[in-house]
Write a protein of this length. Structure first.
Length: 542
């Protein structure tokens, strides 16, 4: 068993014994420590050395002392310990036996996180769907633990018997797990007499931080239905069978060179569309999908890191409800985001098949979908999904000679016919966005157009390094929407992208408000000094 391998990753269980037995018998190569009857016992065991102080996985319960007078105190101690261990970098899982009281427990976690100077959304707790049985519990743990322990190809046959789930309720939504008297179907637990105590000081274990966790419990399998061979089994055909939203537009933002600012362009273009369409009286719903699965930047720009696409990927069905629960709202920007996985090693888990399904699902949910990509434009996720599924492709470049040269190579590969070993993307759906533009740097508009192989320049964003850097570091990208240089430029770009939609003109803020942005000296908004040149040709010549 995994608990006999001294070199294996330590796992501490402060939960019901049936969970402890399940984890011991799972066949996973972790070192399961003795089951702890309370959080206080766990701290004592760690302090005395009875428990492996370098354990990297901890499993708690939201109801360890159910029907015992110390129940609420134990829940509080569990929340405190869960936050402390998650901050230290451990994988922290919580068995959810009482879904009806989960909001109360979430509030405890949030309060404890705040008292420990942490943000609960940044702590990747794994929620264990115990009512769905042993296999569901182990699969919920897998994404966060597979880098720490080896999971078997198949679990032992007796796993289902160790934690069979909660009977018929296991096939329903967790919100309906209460019985006729309103009480949850809980396991019969032996009485606990240990009195929780304050946690003694404990040095943070030497832990490799594991950030991507299955934050939501895996949910009940939907009724089987005939499958469309175009989509994976998890796809929601009910959602995909719906028509796209009227006038729906999907935009891919890409580049060939890191540092071009494509993620900044993606998030500010999305926010501008949301704000200026609302100002025109025709608000559009907008989302940003981060397809840079190995180095996603959208999370850093908005200051939120969970949940990610991986949390949706592990769900049994990717329907609208689960997608919306995985979207992260960007404060002040009025857009939703689907974040890329935090750990690069999970990139292959969320591959082209998943993202193609996700993009088409989002097209039924949002008026505008913007995909932010990596610079690896030939990789399948971009070549087979982002470029193909988009109505418009924005290629972001700076005026650096290396960036312009890279753009020329990339556009040649992207737009060349397939029979000439290109990707076959029509040039009339590609437009160039010159970012961080400044005049008199030895690169004029004609040179950009020549390198673009006839692809038009559809947007020019002026250089405002200090203001963009400040807004990025403070997670205050919304401040840039009122920037007197950036605001009008992004509004022009939004109008170029959304011909046929009403986008209000940019309205300047008061001088005092503009000063508060911290503006650097004003620079030219174009490469040639002609502010109208970038918009006369329109986008994509359609």
């Amino acid at each position: 068993m995994g608990d006999s391998a001294s070199a294996s990753t330590g796992l501490i269980v402060v939960a019901e014994e049936l969970l402890h037995d399940l984890l011991r018998a799972s066949g996973v190569s972790w070192d399961v420590q003795p089951c702890q009857p309370s959080v206080a016992a766990m701290w004592q065991g760690l302090s005395s050395g009875a428990l492996n102080q370098r354990s990297r996985i901890l499993v708690f319960s939201d109801s360890l002392m159910a029907d015992v007078s110390t129940d609420q105190a134990e829940r509080q101690q569990t929340a405190r310990a869960a936050v402390a261990m998650a901050k230290a970098g451990a994988v922290v899982a919580i068995a959810q036996w009482r879904p009806d009281r989960w909001p109360e427990f979430e509030a405890m976690l949030a309060a404890e996180a705040a008292s420990q100077e942490a943000v609960v959304e940044d702590l990747p707790f794994v929620i264990l769907p115990v009512h769905e049985g042993g296999r569901a519990v182990l699969e919920a743990l897998r994404p966060s633990c597979e880098s720490l322990a080896t999971f078997p190809v198949a679990y032992p046959d007796d796993i289902a018997a160790l934690l069979p789930g909660a009977g018929p309720a296991a096939t329903t939504d967790q919100a309906s797990l209460a019985d006729a008297d309103g009480e949850n179907q809980l396991p019969v637990l032996p009485p606990m007499t240990a009195t929780p105590a304050a946690a003694p000081p404990l040095a943070a274990p030497s832990i490799t931080i594991t950030s991507d966790a299955a934050a939501d419990a895996k949910e009940a399998e939907p009724e089987p239905s005939p499958r469309d061979p175009e989509y994976p089994p998890n796809a929601s055909l009910e959602l995909l069978d719906q028509p796209k939203r009227p006038g729906q537009l999907t935009i891919t933002v890409t580049s060939s060179k890191g540092g071009s600012g494509k993620s900044t362009v993606s998030i500010l273009l999305a926010a501008t569309i949301a704000h200026q369409s609302a100002a025109a009286g025709r608000p559009l719903s907008v989302c940003v999908l981060d397809l840079d699965t190995r180095d996603g930047q959208i999370a850093s720009l908005i200051g939120k890191f969970m949940p990610t696409a991986l949390n949706l990927r592990i769900q049994p069905v990717w329907d609208e409800d689960r997608i919306r629960r995985t979207m992260v709202s960007a404060s002040g920007l009025d857009v939703d985001t689907m974040l890329a996985p935090i750990r690069p090693r999970t990139a292959d888990t969320v591959g082209p098949e998943f993202y193609r399904t996700l993009v088409r699902s989002l097209q039924r949910m949002y008026d505008v979908v913007i995909m932010d990509t990596s610079v690896q434009y030939l990789e399948p996720l971009i070549a087979e999904v982002a470029l193909v599924e988009a109505d418009e492709v924005l290629f972001v470049t700076t005026l650096a000679a290396t960036a312009i040269q890279g753009m020329a190579r990339a556009l040649r590969e992207i737009t060349a016919p397939i029979d000439e070993s290109g990707l076959g993307i029509p040039r009339d759906k590609v437009g160039i966005v010159v970012n961080q533009s400044v005049a008199n740097v030895g690169m004029d508009r004609e040179q950009v157009l020549a390198a673009g192989l006839g692809v038009p320049v559809v947007g020019v964003i002026p250089l405002a390094t200090r203001d963009v850097l400040t807004a990025t570091n403070l997670n205050n990208m919304a401040a840039l929407l009122t920037h007197p240089l950036l605001g009008p430029s992004y509004t022009d770009l939004a109008k170029a992208c959304l011909r046929g939609h009403e986008i209000a003109d940019w309205t300047p803020v008061s001088e005092s408000a503009a000063d508060s942005v911290g503006l650097e000296e004003k620079v030219s908004a174009t490469t040639s000094g002609d502010p109208e040149a970038g918009r006369r040709r329109g986008l994509f010549r359609r």
